[in-house]
Every structure is written in C-alpha cells, then in structure tokens.
Write a protein that binds this ligand. Structure first.
Ligand SMILES: [Zn+2]
Length: 140
C-alpha cells in the first residue's frame, strides 16, 4: 500500500496534523460563508493553538469569529488527546465520540456546510481527507 508515496500516511503525527489542518480550514469556510458578525475585518494574531499549522490554515484561523475560533481550539484539544488516533483518521470516523453533545452538533453543522466547499478551497486536502475517511470506514 505504500508504493512510491514518500509521505507515510500511516504516521499518527501526520494524520493528527492533517486532521487539524483540514478541520481548521473547514471551520474557516463555514465562518466566512455565514458572515458571522464578530468576524474581524482584518486577520488578527494567530492563536497559540494554531502556531504550528501551515500558513494557509493560520490565515483561516486568524480571520475567524471568536465562536468559531473557540470551536477550532476545542477540536484541536480533542484531537490532541484522542486515544484512538492510531487506528482512526478523522473524528467523524471514530467509534467513540468524545465531543460534548453541543460541540458535536456545532462541528456537524460546520462540516455539512464546509464539506462540499472544501473541494474548491483545497482540492488536494479534500481528496486526502476523503481517502482517509474511506480507509477508516473499510478498516472498521
Ligand atoms: Zn464564525
């Protein structure tokens, strides 16, 4: 399965990183698309939790309204502490959902909105995410 791909998709660190990057971008799409009132006119400072993210993701986080930023940070924390990262890919494919019901509903709404739009925003990231999700489904 690892033919010729120098980037090992099986590394847990890689997947954690990718999951966070995809999630942050999706929340960014959702926040921008829904014209959240508290969204800053200009990008603010990049919060510490997104400091190691790619520039594109940092830019997305820096433009989020406080609610969406809070949601992103919450998800990052969940992902960081997830005991299942070694066997799963994305939280949506996880057998045990560790999000609080309220947060889970917010993430679901965000994903529903941003999922189809992700393909235009970041085609490669979207495809990688779909591939990861399919793999996780097959593995279960
Ligand atoms: Zn927002």
């Amino acid at each position: 399965m690892t033919t010729g791909n120098p980037k090992s998709y099986d590394s847990v660190e890689d997947r954690v990183y990718r999951e966070k990057a995809t999630l942050a971008q999706m929340v960014g799409i959702y926040c921008a698309g829904n014209r959240h009132d508290a969204r800053p006119a200009e990008a603010g400072p990049v919060p510490a939790f997104a400091a190691d993210m790619p520039e594109k993701v940092q830019a997305s986080v820096a433009r989020m309204c406080p609610d969406c930023r809070e949601l992103t940070e919450y998800c990052f924390t969940r992902i960081d502490h997830c005991p299942h990262m070694a066997v799963k890919t994305f939280c949506s494919s996880c057998p045990t959902h560790c999000y609080s019901p309220a947060m889970r509903e917010r993430v679901r709404e965000t994903m529903r909105y941003a999922g189809p739009r992700m393909i235009f925003h970041d085609p490669l990231g979207a495809l990688t995410h779909m591939r990861d999700t399919l793999r996780a489904k097959k593995a279960q």
